[in-house]
Every structure is written in structure tokens, then in C-alpha cells.
Design a protein around this ligand. Structure first.
Ligand code: CU
Length: 150
């Protein structure tokens, strides 16, 4: 049914009159296609932005001890990503997240021993540095890398 729409669009592209738009809308309605606006009709690859794909969530648990981070996974799909910092150590720790090349840093806030902190952010593709900002914990080994893929 997308090919039908393309055909109609091609035919009408030279003079996209009101009648053509009406014909397109009726045709789409008859074939069961739901158009959310002109952008939807023009989209070359509608399947790539299905809402269910965008809503997909990834979860990364970061276990903190003196002095290292253990990640439940080292790569996730881009989109909403939830981080959970779990402090198994004896000191306070936090979790900073920054995409390489970016100046924006997210932080879960400090988790006291035995506590956990969650943070959800929409991440684009790239390589992200994770580290603890407290004292010299990063230099002592509380750091990790997360890859965000398409
Ligand atoms: Cu720390």
C-alpha cells in the first residue's frame, strides 16, 4: 500500500492540488494506512520510526565497590536508557555519564553504602564514559565504557 501512495505522490508532485491531497487521503483511508501528517506521507522508510521501536528501554546496572564499576552490559540500543547504580562498597559513590565529545554530564547522585540510585536519559549513538566523581575514585579504577548503538 505504500507503493500505491508513492505512485499517487509521483503523479501529483508536479501540481499537488487540493483535489490530489483529498484523493491521497481517501486512498490511504481505504487501504487502512494511518497518516499522521504530510511528513508521514513523504517518509522514505516509515518502518524505521515505529513508535514501539522508539519506546524500547535499555537497562544498565552498575555495581560499585572500592574501587571499580561492574556493568551488567557494555552496550545498549540508543533511546531511553536507565542506569541503576548499586553501592556494594563501604564508601559513598556516584555515577557520572558523558558521551565522548560532549560537554554534558549526567549524574545519578550519591549512593551511600547499600543504597541504589536510578537515572534515565535518552542517549544517542556513541561511546560513553562512566565514572565516580568522588575524591580520586576514578583514578583508582571506578570507570567504565558504554557503547550506545543504533
Ligand atoms: Cu566512588
Amino acid at each position: 500500500m505504500n507503493s500505491t501512495i508513492s505512485l499517487v505522490l509521483k503523479r501529483c508532485s508536479s501540481r499537488l492540488s487540493l483535489a490530489a491531497v483529498v484523493a491521497l487521503s481517501v486512498g490511504a483511508a481505504l487501504s487502512g494506512v494511518v497518516l499522521s501528517g504530510p511528513a508521514a506521507a513523504r517518509s522514505e522508510n516509515p518502518s524505521s520510526d515505529r513508535p514501539d521501536a522508539r519506546m524500547a528501554r535499555a537497562f544498565v546496572q552498575v555495581s560499585a565497590r572500592e574501587y571499580y564499576f561492574g556493568l551488567s552490559r557494555t552496550s545498549v540500543k540508543r533511546g531511553n536508557v536507565t542506569f541503576e547504580l548499586v553501592n556494594y562498597g563501604e564508601d559513598d559513590h556516584d555515577l557520572a555519564i558523558r558521551r565522548k565529545g560532549s560537554s554534558t554530564t549526567y549524574n545519578t547522585g550519591v549512593a551511600n553504602p547499600g543504597e541504589r540510585r536510578r537515572l534515565t536519559r535518552k542517549l544517542s549513538r556513541g561511546t560513553y564514559s562512566l565514572w565516580c566523581t568522588i575524591d580520586d575514585h576514578r583514578a583508582r579504577g571506578m570507570k567504565a565504557t558504554l557503547r550506545v548503538k543504533d
